[in-house]
Design a binder for this molecule. Sequence first.
Ligand code: MLT
Length: 248
Amino acid sequence: MRPTLLLIHGFPLDHTLWEPNIAPLSTVADVMAPDLRGFGNDRSSDGTLTMEKCADDLLRQLDARGIASVIPCGLSMGGYIAMAMAERAPGRIAGLILCNTRSTADTSEGKLGREATAKDAMEKGMHVIARGMVPKVLGATTRRERPAEVARIEAMIARQDPGAVAAASLGMAQRPDRTHVLHSFNKPALVITSDEDELMPLPTSEHMAHALPHGQLTIIPRAGHLSNTEQPEAFHQAVIPFLRSLAE
Ligand code: MLT
């Protein structure tokens, strides 16, 4: 049976993050790539956007489509949400793909940074945030060799709603350590990171892969934080066999 793959975008992005991946991954799975609350085409943002709220939104979307079991594939903030889904509805999660993310909570310094990002989004606007974030989220190779991709990601960040960005930033600060969720996740899991990701250093991914009883780790070369779009072919080479193994 074809698995359902739920692609969960990172912060402060939208479903178009997955544009290069949807067709190739649809060869092996039914692919869903929604916008999280307040991002992209979704305009329903309200209050602090916790990872639990996002997880519940996605579980409701699965219910609405009559989908009992899913493989969440979350990048960064999307990974935080995938882990919250695995905590809330473990029986519905057939496998997990955690890309460029971490299972630990923010440090006190990290939480202060979230407040500053929320304030900047509201006061300075998304163009300023986009210009500041692009050098952090894209690896040196992409920045040097793929100007069109740099422009695509900068435009994606710049068009997000500042209120939603502030809400998600404050929501991420509230997330707990979910390493225990990985310890008790007894199904296959794939952890992906990249060798130019400066936001999620390799030990954060090794920590998750070791915590997962059936975890495997793939390191994508020449990619920064957005592995799926910086090196889509290498990304597919990791994800497609994993999905095939789950369909067997
Ligand atoms: C993301 O890409 O979703 C963010 O880097 C997550 C974060 O700020 O922790």
